[in-house]
Design a protein around this ligand. Structure first.
Ligand code: XCC
Length: 635
């Protein structure tokens, strides 16, 4: 029965436990919601003012306009870009927290943090045009943080956000400016979307969508700086071997899951758990503390420290159902409110840590950069306390896990390539793209959704594209899916890569002293880390002297779900990437909006959305796009 919901074997093993204990999971609630509202699905329900709600009849028989006169196109476009604003706000708020913490580090405060990668800090400074010679690391830290925070506060609309303008090709930046979609201030772009979609403002669907593109580029800006500053603070990911899926939860340990997105607390929790491991042993757990990850906080600590990943978004309730999870520590975003109720069915402490994300049923341990260490300690104590209440009879850990080689930051990719050509590391990659060993590159991103069979599309698309010699990168819950299913291993390369791709990954692996190839899919990090893939793509484009839309490069979010995914997908299109969605976006109520997103925007940015729910068809379509791009480069 559970195969209908997820191809994850660990989930399949635990769903009957939930059923027996009458614990509702995300899939039960999905069923309870059927049939879902057709107007909502098509994006033609408007709740923007209190004259409404209004809805437009998609069959042309009933009302064709809302009470204010907005038609389906205006309503769909407004709904869509409000989602982009929420996505951009989420990512950039994450970035703001990192930048503010960094500024405190620069001032000599926030003693829980230091700059772990000074070289990265210098590279960032250089990119932002900050002279670092003769400055102390602290001075430089503050200057970099201040310059980044300017992207949240600049009022001169003629000066673009630096983190946007300086990280893309010049041609792309010029194009975005020409269309007036280059933001000067992340917060202003979000606010502008909210204001232009207020009742009685922008009614032109195309103009509204361009406002959405600007919001999406603001999202890109916040994500980019978030990733880069996090690397300076916590270290730049390098390849490391770890494991993924629920089998990483240990019966003999005090298990703590870190879940959400922001690494500020989870980094300190990991450090504190290592330092205070004796606390756990004294409490009777010979395995000590065992930190595992969920969603993107999980990805953050996985790529930086090799912390194993318990699971991804859709199955986030499952770690609690193992009966062996003492604490689930959450920060922000993608945390199901259901966790509070499920934790109460077990001994698990659900611990919220941010003032903006509190959940009924949770214990709140306020986290601030000034008290990070004390908060982490308190969390460990709560976990120790919960461990005393663990019921051994309810422990049910599915012995399902896969090895995963993760941590492929842009620096790690370039570093690995430099073993083939120290002077020009990108050249071997380009040579292999030109000679066809590598046909193109696909970035897997995005979430899980109950509208698809969990993880299936990621796995099928990855296998299908790899067989066509497409180099695969992944982030977010897509990366989680691919790690859980064993596709971040050398064995997967040998089993699924086409001959050309296999030869290239093997040559790089061997040059780096690996006994075999690189893994089939390169895990670049959490959702904010999608910008790592952009930095590799920009380097390739610059070397070839073309803009991003000319590259044989595609993105795919086969289970897109969150507003952040809408924002990411939109900036990917703005940067020129054909971007696949495997879930149907809530825009079909407007032919104008649908056509702009899937066709017409191509004339402006070169990118566009490809909607295809069947993974086999999606492989064909993405590979056809890659072939078209190759032909455009005379390859
Ligand atoms: Fe959330 Fe990042 Fe989506 Fe996963 S992938 S469901 S946004 S956790 Ni970003």
């Amino acid at each position: 029965m559970s195969l209908r919901f997820s191809i994850d074997e660990a989930v399949q093993k635990l769903l009957p436990v939930a059923e027996k204990d009458k614990i509702q999971t995300v899939w039960d609630r999905h069923k309870d919601q059927q049939p879902q509202c057709g107007f909502g699905k098509m994006g033609i329900c408007c709740r923007i003012c209190w004259k409404g709600p209004c809805r437009v009849d998609p069959f042309g028989k009933g009302a064709q306009r809302g009470i204010c006169g907005a038609d389906a196109h205006t309503i769909v476009a407004r709904n869509l870009i409000r989602g982009i604003a929420a996505g951009a706000a989420s990512h950039s708020d994450h970035g703001r927290h990192i930048a503010l913490t960094m500024r405190e580090v620069g001032k000599g405060n926030a003693s829980a943090y230091t700059i772990k990668d000074e070289e990265k800090l210098k590279r960032i400074a250089q990119r932002l045009g900050i002279d670092w010679e003769g400055k102390s690391i602290r001075e430089l830290t503050k200057e970099v943080a201040d310059a980044s925070l300017e992207d949240y506060s600049r009022q001169d609309s003629k000066i673009p956000c630096r983190w946007a303008e300086l990280t893309m090709t010049q041609e792309r930046a010029a194009k975005l400016k020409q269309w007036d979609v280059m933001p000067h201030n992340i917060d202003a772009a979000v606010a502008e979307i909210m204001s232009r979609t207020h009742v009685g403002c922008d009614a032109d669907p195309v103009n509204i969508l361009l406002g959405g593109v600007k919001g999406a580029v603001a999202d890109y800006t916040g994500m980019y700086l978030s990733t880069e500053l996090s690397d300076a603070l916590f270290g730049t990911p390098a390849p490391t071997v770890t494991e993924a899926n629920l089998g990483v939860i240990k019966e003999d340990a005090i298990n703590i899951a870190v879940h959400g997105h922001n690494p500020l607390l989870s980094e300190v929790v990991c450090d504190a758990a290592a330092m205070l491991n004796d606390l756990a042993k004294q409490a009777g757990a010979p395995g000590g503390f065992n930190i595992v990850g969920v969603c993107c906080t999980g990805n953050e600590v996985m790529v930086r420290h090799g912390v194993p990943l318990a699971t991804n978004y859709l199955s986030q309730e499952m770690p609690i159902l193992t009966g062996a999870l003492e604490a689930m520590v959450v920060d922000v975003q993608c945390i199901m409110p259901s966790l509070g109720a499920i934790a109460q069915c077990f001994h698990t402490q659900l611990i919220t840590t941010m003032s903006t994300t509190k959940i009924p049923g949770a214990t709140h341990v306020q986290f601030d950069k000034e008290n990070a260490v004390e908060s982490a300690r308190k969390i460990l104590e709560l976990a120790v306390d919960a461990y005393q209440r663990r019921d051994p009879k309810r422990v049910n850990i599915p012995q399902v896990k896969e090895k995963a080689i993760v941590g492929f930051s842009a620096e790690a990719v370039i570093g690995a390539l430099s073993q083939l050509d120290a002077h020009d590391p990108l050249q071997p990659l380009l040579d292999n793209i030109v000679n066809g060993n590598i046909q193109g590159i696909c970035l897997f991103a995005g979430c899980n959704s109950t509208n698809t069979l969990q993880d299936r599309s990621f796995v099928e698309l990855a296998k299908g594209l790899a067989a066509h010699n497409v180099l695969l990168l992944a982030t977010g819950c897509g990366a989680g899916a691919l790690a859980k299913h064993g596709l971040m291993t050398q064995e997967a390369t040998l089993a699924y890569a086409g001959d050309g791709l296999k030869a290239v990954l093997t040559a790089i692996g061997q040059a780096n002293g690996l006994n075999g190839p690189l893994p089939l899919v390169l895990h670049m990090g959490s959702c904010v880390d999608n910008t790592r893939a952009v930095s590799v793509a920009v380097a390739i484009a610059q070397k070839l002297g073309v803009d991003l839309d000319r590259l044989p490069l595609v993105a795919s979010a086969p289970e897109a779900m969150s507003e952040k995914a809408v924002a990411i997908g939109t900036w990917a299109v703005a940067l020129g990437l054909p971007t696949h969605l495997g879930t149907v976006p809530q825009v079909l109520g407007s032919q104008v909006v649908t056509e702009v997103l899937t066709e017409k925007i191509k004339d402006i940015t070169g990118g566009y959305f490809i909607v295809e729910t069947d993974p086999e068809e999606a492989v064909k379509k993405l590979f056809a796009v890659i072939q078209e791009k190759r032909a455009g480069l005379n390859l």
